[in-house]
Design a protein around this ligand. Sequence first.
Ligand code: ACO
Length: 204
Amino acid sequence: MFTLRPARETDRAALYRICLETGASGQDATHLYADPLILGHVYAGPYLTYALDFAFVLEDKGSGEVTGYVLGVPDTAAFEATLDREWWPPLRELYPDPVGIPRTDRTPDQRIAHLIHHPPRVPQDVLSGYPAHLHIDLLPAAQGGGQGRALMTTLLDALREAGVAGVHLGVGENNTRAQGFYRHLGFQELGRAPGSVTFGLPLT
Ligand code: ACO
């Protein structure tokens, strides 16, 4: 039914679409965003551009469509620095900083624009033990059949082979299904912030 393969540049549009269609705590976020690309610019695009060796996709054998991905980076601090230099500046021209609009009045697009202008930093105590991070999203038709585990195993093996000590991830606090999946795979909760939970897994 599915083939798992390394991602390539021509997958970019599919990755952006999957990112949007799973972007509301794992559910379709298409209706929430005026700009269908804004989520992908943050959570999919830069991984394909700067960490292609750690990007894998699931392809439906019948249709040839990409139906899921896992995107990782081995060194989050270096990735953040690269994005500051190269990725965010052109996006800041496209999406104005919603400065002056109270947080509670911001639209979903404006909340993402805020992240583009003020990307959050992963705390040093997380980075020291878990320098890598990842995102994984499967469309509904690909969920629940072992493909999420297969994608994770492929990425975690690639990170281990690169000598990475550990991997962390952030998940929405309402996304209890994904949280159960991560716990089942051995991730442990590292901390909570309003709206999100951080998990970590040692790799050595
Ligand atoms: N609680 C306990 N165990 C679970 C749960 C759960 N909620 N979900 C899955 N599992 C177990 C399965 O039983 C299975 O166990 P086994 O391999 O020991 O038999 C194992 O986890 C693997 O399950 P898969 O079928 O591979 O899971 P799936 O393919 O559905 O992938 C995922 C999980 C990635 C969460 C998928 O459902 C998905 O993409 N959801 C929508 C998008 C999403 O929420 N992404 C996470 C965003 S957060 C981030 O990217 C950091």
